[in-house]
Ligand binder design. Structure first.
Ligand code: IN0
Length: 471
């Protein structure tokens, strides 16, 4: 998962810290039973939309997804809920410690999952993180790494298997793999089969890409499928196996794949500079080859216009997955699963919007503001709220599309599709007079603006072609 796990921590460290500042501090290990009665203060920073809210921690039951038009904010109590501390073995406790060490904010969303799904996803995440650490470790020679990746799924059943020579930041998950694999073997068979199968397919895919670069756009999709699409497929199968999601969620691999592709493409786009500086190349050659001789050249100031064109092309390609993301989220009925899936997706859209046409991407790190990230985490808890967030970012993106961008027509088109799919469902009319909500009107106006821009671009392009062809 080049970039899967290795890509996330840098920019989100800031988010994690900010969440820690907003949410009362807790230890790296999950809090003990006493924390259930803790009262914490959330929000309330200058400039934030949310007022401070005092919340009481209490154990939560599986929750059905709220579908009313009023937003159901992510309950911070659920985020801080301790995963059954009392009955937890030392090894499972250690797994949650590792989870918190690798991704604090994401760990909170995993810990808020209902029932035994929580442990299954925690172990799945750590197993993927271990596989990713092997893939990323440049100190392991290829002849050793390829069989390691391909055989990784078998290590889940070898009680003693560990790897102590890694030089990576997350080397501890490999050094203490026996603790993770022990907890894996305690999972129900329905979970073990999914995790082991995904590990096998991902390990082979990673091995395939170790020796080849990402060339065509198709190969970009394939690489992202191996390192992230398979995560979506595995997670969906875990959701269905837990019976907290309908069987169709686990069966529709296309939609599940799209969730992973959207996240991973966003990571790859965002991390251009960091990756190229470390000699890694995840931008597809078919895209950058249109604008530069070498991928690194896009960072040269004189290449800025080409760099932005390439960047916008890739953002537009990533946006293609948003309609699938919406269709997927629409199928979820359990609140904790919905939050878990929706939060990373809206964060990714916010990141894409921040990256779009942004010269800073070629000079440093582009990240979303802390307050923005916290608001998204708190808000993305119902389909209506996700629709609103997506419409807002589509509007933000629309305003940045330049008249001269080569992908302009495609970008406007996909934004139009996204806005259309995010338009709030009209509530059943209660009286004979037609009342359109401001949100509906705003989406309709945005759609009209997009259609107009799209049409004018296509017309001018057609005229341009006609001019070239002569009379
Ligand atoms: C994830 C995904 C993830 C969550 C929910 C549903 C998903 C469906 C399909 C594919 C992935 C899905 O989410 C995490 C989010 C994360 O780690 N965020 C970072 C921030 C960042 O910028 O990356 C954080 O520190 O909070 C994710 O990125 N990946 C991931 C890994 C394992 C699992 Cl179980 C779920 C990594 C990746 C490569 C996108 C799959």
């Amino acid at each position: 998962m080049a970039g899967a796990c290795c890509k996330c921590p840098v920019s989100l460290l800031t988010l994690k810290r900010s969440l820690l500042l907003l949410v009362a501090p807790r230890s790296a290990t999950p809090p003990g039973p006493s924390s259930r009665s803790l009262t914490v203060v959330v929000g309330g920073r200058p400039g934030e939309r949310r007022p401070p809210a005092a919340v009481s921690l209490r154990a939560a039951r599986p929750t059905a997804l709220r579908t009313s038009c009023s937003y159901q904010r992510l309950n911070p109590a659920a985020l801080l809920r301790s995963p059954c501390q009392d009955s937890m073995s030392d090894s499972l406790r250690t797994c949650y410690t590792y989870l918190n060490q690798t991704s604090r904010s994401f760990a909170a969303v995993i810990e808020a999952l209902d029932g035994d799904l929580r442990h299954a996803v925690c172990i799945f995440y750590l197993v993927l993180r271990s596989l990713d650490t092997v893939e990323d470790d440049m100190s392991i020679p290829l002849e050793k790494k390829v069989p390691m990746l391909k055989d990784f799924h078998t290590y889940l059943y070898q009680a003693d298997w560990c790897f102590t020579q890694s030089t990576e930041k997350d080397r501890q998950v490999l050094a203490d793999f026996p603790t993770i694999s022990l907890e894996f073997r305690k999972l129900g068979q329905q979970y073990r089969e999914v995790i082991s199968d995904i590990c096998q397919r991902m390990g082979s895919g990673m091995a395939e890409f170790l020796e080849k670069k990402v060339g065509s756009m198709k190969e970009w999709d394939l690489y992202c499928h191996y390192v992230a699409g398979l995560v979506g497929i595995g997670l969906s199968q875990l959701f269905s196996a837990s019976q907290l999601a309908d069987p169709e969620v686990g069966l529709d691999t296309e939609l599940a794949n799209s969730l992973g592709l959207f996240l991973q493409k966003t990571n790859i786009i965002r991390d251009y500079l960091e990756d190229t500086q470390q000699g890694r190349a995840f931008w597809p050659q078919e895209a950058w080859g249109q604008f530069a001789d070498r991928l690194e050249d896009l960072a040269k100031p004189e290449k800025l216009e080409s760099a932005l064109s390439c960047l916008n092309l890739l953002v537009t390609d990533a946006l293609r997955h948003v309609p699938d993301v919406l269709a997927y989220l629409l199928r979820l009925r359990n609140q904790s699963i919905f939050n878990f899936c929706a939060i990373p997706q809206v964060m990714a859209l916010a990141t894409l919007s921040a990256c779009y046409n942004n010269p800073k991407l070629f000079r440093g790190v582009v990240k979303i503001r802390k307050g923005q990230a916290v608001t998204l985490m708190m808000d993305a808890t119902s389909m209506e709220a996700v629709h609103t967030i997506i419409t807002q970012y589509s509007e933000e993106l629309l305003q940045k599309v330049s008249l001269t961008d080569p992908s302009r027509a495609k970008t406007l088109h996909i934004l139009g599709v996204i806005v259309e799919k995010s338009a709030p469902l009209q509530p059943v009319l209660q009286s004979k007079s037609v009342h359109l909500s401001p949100m509906y009107l705003s989406a309709a106006m945005l759609l009209a603006a997009l259609s107009w821009q799209y049409l004018s671009t296509t017309v001018s392009q057609a005229q341009g072609t006609a001019d070239l062809q002569g009379p």
